[in-house]
Ligand binder design. Sequence first.
Ligand SMILES: Cc1cc2nc3c(=O)[nH]c(=O)nc-3n(C[C@H](O)[C@H](O)[C@H](O)COP(=O)(O)O)c2cc1C
Length: 441
Amino acid sequence: MSPRQLKLGVILKGTGSHIAGWRHPSVSLDKATRFSQYVEIAQLAEQGKLDFIFVADSPSVSYQFQPVMLARVPQIYHIEPVTLLSALAPLTRHVGLVGTITTTFSEPYNVARMFASLDHISDGRACWNVVTTTNDQAAANFGLAEQIPKRERYARASEFVDIVRGLWDSWDDDAFIMNRDSGIYADPQKMHFLNYKSERFAVRGPLNVPRPPQGHPVVCVAADSEDGRELAARTADILFNAQLDADSARALHQDVKRRMPKYGRDPDDLSIVLGLTLVIGRTDEEAREKYAFLESLIDVEIGMQYLSYLALTDLSGCPLDEPLPAFLKQDRSRSRLNIVVDAAEREGLTLRQTALRYADSFGHLAMTGSGTSIADRMQHWFETGAADGFVLRLPYAPQGLQDFNELVLPELQRRGLFRTEYAGHTFRDNLGLARPSRILK
Ligand SMILES: Cc1cc2nc3c(=O)[nH]c(=O)nc-3n(C[C@H](O)[C@H](O)[C@H](O)COP(=O)(O)O)c2cc1C
């Protein structure tokens, strides 16, 4: 058996992942919102043999009631992920295409159809990132005054994923016989109705797309709560998570993997990948300078608004140079907020420092340094069971990914921690996952 290797993907965002990265002189602003920029990033990811490109999403303008954010932050808008990935599919050959679609404001039939189609278009490289979406702004676009409660969101998500998988099995792999002589194109016996009915859904099927090349496109879940972990353990091939502390990451890893056997699943069939913000230099010193420069581009007011958004509370009256207000520590129900608050406590950060830190890494793990020192830390997290891989958040595009390819990748490859060539054709092949047989009888 080949040795276990890192799973690596990169967030696809035209200007990069850092809130003020777009102000970096290396970013060509005339290109930043253009499709050609996405092509360049996707092709760089493929040159680096990365497992996937990842498009995050929310079906609303983010921060729409925060004028300062709205005016200064490019992360407010979202190109529709499956449309974007479908356009990138013929311009790439190997890299996995991960698109986020929320279960809260979608219908399973549409989602099954979109990802089955993307899987055909890309010859087996589609992946659906399942999210339940927390924000009220999105709810307001779908006939709701406010977001539905989390329990209900996850109950819906859980059924939703089963329905989508069931619909992907609407046709046998060999349903389309296409016999010129007999004139028979499809075998109707090989088409299957789903006939799903519950309080939430009624979906008869079948899906009007042939079975996807991967059987089932890869399924990723981005979540952290109890319900999110259970959903991932039961249904996901990839869990995308945010962790700042290696012990907590290891605990998460063990917890989610421990839940899998009761669903008849092998824990090795799920990869847990963590968001990782990287500022890379030729030396540690150069990287620290780059980090300081990026931080100097963030207005603390933006950091505070960002944090207020996360906390769902206006923090603008709170003293900046004191520890975090106590009420932030009391709400334990919001996973990302908890991670940020716990890190601030652990490291004794003031509110100002926490706001700036959150603004540059969005509550994800962050590493600044030379290629070697970053590879050391990635290796440590990987080999001590804290992560199976990472979703890279590079501060400015495309230079951040060029830096990664040039300075970090060769070091990971030299250590045997990352591939030098793609192993197969489909995303499943490259993740080492079997093509599932039909579950729908
Ligand atoms: C690492 C990570 C990435 C996420 N990315 C998205 C996203 O792109 N779009 C979205 O609507 N929600 C996203 N979410 C939010 C989750 O779907 C979920 O609504 C939220 O995290 C609350 O659930 P939880 O407590 O289970 O994490 C993400 C969550 C995590 C942990």
